[in-house]
Design a protein around this ligand. Structure first.
Ligand code: F6R
Length: 632
């Protein structure tokens, strides 16, 4: 949510090796990679001999690029850039970042929400400050300018900008990453973070800042994750970190282990198309070193002792959106195999309902980004209440795994498309691995079924590959449905969360009203929505694996048909019953029922992507959305 980039080079380097446009080039490149975090508007400020110059534009980054072509920024070795997901104030040129203060001498960009911006704004207006935008960021800029003028009066404050940043942060409430440059400090960026991510990239004679490493992955893999409530002063040669009181502090150093090419489209029409195709490999990587083909399992260092896990009495899974559907699938497996009660809660609901937690409760927080604020707050709450927290996360070193007791990384690789695909499949895989691990530790559940499930899980990447070969059939179906006004999705058992995920994908990508229901619930109300031609996607349980549920689903299909509905049935290979009732039939390879979501979700992802494509929509950056929702 909002992408932030900073760059400090030496003027020597910028003149010699990269020409005069190094800062603009680096910052713009970083913004292109971070645009997935928000794309309502974008802006850049550079700090050159002449002071601060900035350009900003509402709309996608391409609009800013056009502006820079017609009105270029001056040569500079220092720059900051921002791509916005609007919170305070609509997406206009005026509300785009950077925001200037101190008579144009200070430029600020920000990610997050400043919760006390109302009273601060009022006080600053009373003091004579005039605001040009509706944003909370401009309030932070004005406050920083005020603190800067005070700090700069004292000759002892050679680092007046950092002093002012610390004072400002102490006055702000909410979540923020703030970057600032000041014309009186050429060659310096000062940045701070609370509850919002910021990573430093260490280069050779140059340094970088990014909301995540993709902001600078083209230039360096040496990274430092800033801790909570830290301020960093960045020059071309130095990275100085303190806490908000000015005490020396350190971030967490790490080496980025993925290639810059992993975050490119690599010839695919969209990141989403590429990420869907990467799913066999993503799931294989999640299983690698953890599960052998003979079903033997070793989860390695989870960070939580076997003794603690063996003593767990209750599990609560917290997550949002797609990740929460992954959690619902894990619930079925954990309850069946481990005989532990599992609740699944949206992270934003969890801590406000007074959940019952104790030291024998395991809270599993699922998050692709590891930065989702709702989920992070649930993690903090759970730990305060004495529960043990395990993160299932795709982003190494992100805040949620860092603040949890243990972590199971999903290794899906960077997911750039806003709609989650490969991350979801690997979250489901991780949930199943956790269920198998707990079952073995606790010696619970039906042993033959559990061993068979473990062996079958190791074969899943190959079966995912087979599902992907049916893309042309799904594309043709989706294209024929581009005029649809509403689509319903129904499933039973683990097919229910799959139905909800299918509906979410269609809503967010194709802007079509879609709902996912438990099929058994249809007759208790939603069946009123069925009118002639209403399309219903039915995730049909396995005929061989769940004959009773299959028979019940056939009855539901008949009820839909009797009211004129159109049925698109998603069945398992070998199902020779459903076809007689379906208007369209999609088939996936057979597997054991608890693993089926790893296959049945894929046609629904392809369906949504192709339908959105047929409507000419932006598949990677759907309207109003952003990846990594770092506000509550
Ligand atoms: C939908 C989607 C979102 C995310 C949700 C949680 O396609 O991607 O619903 O799943 O915002 O994000 P993470 O997993 O980063 O916590």
């Amino acid at each position: 949510m909002c992408g932030i980039v900073g760059y400090v080079g030496s003027s020597k380097k910028s003149a010699n090796s990269e020409g005069e446009k190094r800062a603009v080039r680096v910052v713009l490149g970083g913004l292109r990679r971070l645009e997935y975090r928000g794309y309502d508007s974008a802006g850049i400020a550079v700090l050159a001999g002449s002071g601060i110059s900035s350009r900003k534009r509402a709309g996608k980054l391409a609009n800013l690029e056009l502006l820079l072509d017609s009105d270029p920024l001056p040569a500079a070795a220092v720059g900051i850039g921002h791509t916005r997901w609007a919170t305070h104030g609509s997406p206009t040129d005026a509300n785009a970042h950077p925001h200037l203060a101190d008579n144009g001498g200070l430029a600020v960009i920000h990610n997050g929400i400043i919760e006390n911006c109302g009273p601060l704004r009022g006080r600053l207006i009373d003091g004579g400050h005039e605001f040009l935008s509706e944003t909370d960021t401009e309030v932070a800029a004005a406050l920083l300018a005020e603190n800067y003028r005070r700090a700069a009066e004292s000759p002892a404050n050679g680092d007046a900008l950092a002093v002012a940043m610390r004072r400002t942060c102490a006055q702000l409430e909410g979540s923020f990453t703030i970057l600032a440059v000041h014309r009186e400090h050429p060659g310096l960026i000062v940045a701070a973070r609370r509850n919002s991510p910021l990573v430093v990239g260490r280069g050779d004679g140059e340094n970088f800042l990014g909301s995540d490493v993709s902001g600078f992955i083209d230039f360096t893999r040496r990274a430092v994750e800033l801790g909570q409530d830290q301020v960093v002063s960045l020059t071309a040669d130095e990275v100085v970190i303190t806490d908000f009181r000015g005490e020396p502090a350190a971030g967490t150093e790490f080496t980025v282990d993925w290639d810059a090419a992993a975050a490119t489209k690599d010839g695919y029409p969209s990141f989403m198309a590429k990420e869907i195709q990467e799913q066999p490999e993503a799931v294989r990587r999640t299983l690698q070193g953890r599960l052998d083909t003979d079903g033997s399992l070793s989860l390695g260092q989870l960070g939580i002792s076997d003794q603690t896990l063996a003593g767990i009495r209750k599990i609560i899974i917290v997550a949002c959106g797609t990740a929460s559907y992954g959690g619902q699938i894990a619930k079925y497996a954990i309850e069946r195999w481990c005989r532990i009660p599992v609740e699944v809660d949206f992270a934003h609901e969890f801590r406000y309902r007074s959940p019952l937690l104790d030291d024998r409760t395991l809270v599993v927080a699922i998050s692709q980004s590891g930065e989702t604020m709702d989920t992070l707050m649930a993690v903090r709450y759970a730990r305060e209440q004495g529960a043990t927290v395990l993160a299932i996360c795709n982003t190494v070193g992100a805040t949620i795994p860092r603040e949890s007791d243990g972590v199971l990384y999903t290794h899906a690789g960077p997911e750039v498309a806003v709609a989650s695909t490969k991350a979801f499949l690997t979250q489901v895989t991780a949930g199943l691995l956790l269920a198998l691990h707990l079952a073995r530790l606790r010696k619970s559940g039906p042993p033959l079924e559990i061993s068979a499930a473990a062996r079958e899980l190791s074969r899943i990447p190959e079966k995912i590959r087979l599902v992907l070969t049916t893309e042309d059939q799904i594309a043709a179906l989706a294209e024929s449905m581009a005029g649809e006004r509403a689509v319903l999705f129904i499933g039973r058992h683990v097919g229910h969360p799959v139905a909800m995920e299918g509906a979410l994908k269609l809503k967010e990508l194709a802007y079509i009203h879609a709902e996912g229901f438990a099929a058994g619930e249809l007759k208790h109300g939603p069946i009123a929505l069925i009118e002639p031609s209403q399309a219903v996607v039915v995730i049909v349980p396995s005929l061989a694996g769940s004959p009773i549920l299959h028979a019940k689903m056939i009855s539901t299909i008949q009820e839909i048909k009797a009211r004129g509905g159109r049925v698109i049935a998603l069945v398992e290979e070998g199902d020779d019953v459903t076809g007689a009732w379906a208007d369209a039939l999609l088939t996936v390879p057979s597997t054991i029922p608890l693993l089926a979501p790893l296959l049945t979700t894929i046609p629904l992802q392809l369906f949504a992507a192709h339908l959105a494509g047929a409507k000419g929509l932006d598949i990677d950056q759907p309207r109003n959305l952003a990846k990594s929702v770092t506000v509550e």
